[in-house]
Design a protein around this ligand. Structure first.
Ligand code: ADP
Ligand code: MG
Length: 270
């Protein structure tokens, strides 16, 4: 279970000037949930999800995972915590110079920061995410795990292909496999389907749902697309201008016609 209590995040944007991006956010996410967080662009969704794995340090408040406040964690403890949290992105962020198998093994191998330049995510973030850590797995074990993951995301025949030869949906499958390599208990998805057409979106959502059922991984889906939430999220929170304005079971939240922001999001036709 993840409990977010009175989470506030401020960025200082100029001398003596602060921007409050998350304001007193309270949320409970149960194990095995597919939890949607929806809101307009600029609402603070990405900042929220980045706080969950401490890519951003909260200004105030606490984040409890299985009762332990992670906001206090540092060093080795923080790294082992991040191993339990996988993340995928809108633009997949694959290593273009590595084949599918190597991309998936990335999180399991001994790697050096300077070998990789990843678009859309800084070396610093990758280091924080624990990708550049000495792993204890043997080559054979890594190979076995990669094959398992390829099977899970249904990409066995693309094992030695390079990302440039893959479709968007296939690239996101590789990213999902990579994120799950260390067997995390939480998968964070930041606009994971926003770069995909509707048919491909559907197949990725189906895959995530199947993975959630098979592995019991808790999935947190950040999106501005209403239909994504409607399709797979059992629960949802609506983030508007730094605050949670509604949360609960998806059907109930979306049927609340008195909520202006829900009406706006539904009316957006997305
Ligand atoms: P969303 O993902 O919902 O579109 P974000 O969390 O990316 O929203 O951003 C929310 C607000 O926080 C925006 O106004 C954005 O400009 C600001 N913001 C995000 N990251 C930073 C940062 N590192 N420094 C200053 N402002 C930031
Ligand atoms: Mg965002």
């Amino acid at each position: 279970m993840i409990e977010v209590k009175q989470l506030t995040k401020e960025f200082s944007i100029a001398k003596n000037k602060k921007l409050t991006v998350l304001n007193d956010v309270n949320l409970v996410i149960e194990d095995g949930d597919i939890f949607g967080i929806i809101g307009m662009s600029g609402a603070g969704k990405s900042t929220f999800i980045r706080c969950l794995n401490l890519l951003e340090r909260p200004t105030r408040g606490s984040i409890l995972i299985e009762g332990v406040d992670i906001t206090k964690k540092k060093g080795r403890e923080l790294l082992s915590l991040r191993k339990q949290i996988g993340m995928i992105f809108q633009n997949f962020n694959l290593l273009m110079q590595k084949n599918v198998s190597k991309n998936i093994a990335f999180g399991l191998e001994i790697t050096r920061v300077k070998d990789y330049k990843i678009p859309g995510i800084s070396d610093e973030d990758y280091k924080k995410l624990g990708f550049f850590k000495k792993r204890s797995l043997k080559k054979k074990e890594i190979g076995r795990r990669v094959d398992e993951l390829l099977k899970l995301v249904d990409l066995e025949e693309k094992k030695y292909e390079y990302p440039s030869k893959l479709s968007g949906g296939q690239r996101q499958r590789v990213a999902i496999a990579r994120a799950l390599a260390t067997n995390p208990s939480i998968l964070l998805c930041d606009e994971a389907t926003s770069a995909l057409d509707s048919r491909t979106t559907e197949s990725i959502l189906k895959l995530l749902k199947r993975i959630n059922e098979e592995t019991k991984v808790t999935i947190i889906m950040i999106t501005h697309e209403m239909n994504v939430v409607q399709k797979i999220c059992n629960k949802v929170a609506v983030l508007d201008k730094s605050e949670i304005v509604a949360s609960g079971y998806t059907r109930e939240v979306f049927s609340d016609t008195s909520s202006e922001i829900v009406a706006q999001l539904l009316g957006g036709g997305e």
